[in-house]
Design a protein around this ligand. Sequence first.
Ligand SMILES: [Zn+2]
Length: 111
Amino acid sequence: MADFGVCENQDCELSYHRQILKVLFDRIVAINNMEARQADILGMLPFIKHFESFFQFRIECSGCGRFLYRVIQPTVDLQSESEEYLRRSKLNDLLKAGYQLQAWGVLPFAS
Ligand SMILES: [Zn+2]
């Protein structure tokens, strides 16, 4: 279980539905590739820092007040391309991105 949560409310500016998160995912891939080549990634980290508001160390979303999700949900039993599969996959992707940000020190760990 993550020590942060992510918002699922379609209408919330902090939810995992926001298109801008594509930028975050692309940058994570790029930084992972740099890491694989043993390049220095420190200069890249500020470019993902401003996404930290999507990962909230609280029970309810600061944007909309709804409960935040913090558990990776299984998708193996679901038909791929089904609505529920896509929903869980997007949610899981953002949670995993949060773990990656924590690993890079961009996002703190809850104390
Ligand atoms: Zn929200």
